[in-house]
Design a protein around this ligand. Sequence first.
Ligand code: S3P
Length: 167
Amino acid sequence: MTIYLCGFMGCGKSTVGKKLAAQLDLPFVDMDAYIEECAGMTIPEIFEQYGEPHFRNLETQAIRELAGRDGIIACGGGAMLREENAKIAAAHGTVVYLEVPFHICYYRIADSDRPIVRRSTREELAQLYDAREELYRRHSTHIVDASHTPAAAAAAIRSTLGLGESE
Ligand code: S3P
């Protein structure tokens, strides 16, 4: 079984994903960490040295390479926006959008070193959130409210996917 978690930066894809993977006894893959390992560089370094389009290509490459692997895959916040990536994910698993209001995401990411956060104002990030929301919806098969605790979000995913209620 493969579950792709998507959603805006700070929605909890990695935290919830780790929890869910432990509960379902499945491997956990953090796509950003996978890209960093393959590239031998951090994401801020990739953006800085090669630019965002190159990072987006690495993201597609990572999705292709991970396709067919069992597990919970926490996607980067932009990964499910490219049509090709979304198609690969849909063909190999279930795509769940973790829905969290912008102000909560912003509170969690404001001080981070994510390149998109560093180069944007709060207003610009809010616009990006609004623009992406529709795409997250369109490219996911299930939408889960993840605005409370990671445990609640993991339970909501299990319940939505009919995977039992156990802790
Ligand atoms: C990005 C989100 C980041 C990372 C990169 C770009 C985005 O992942 O892939 O900084 O475009 O939203 P997280 O959503 O895990 O922070």
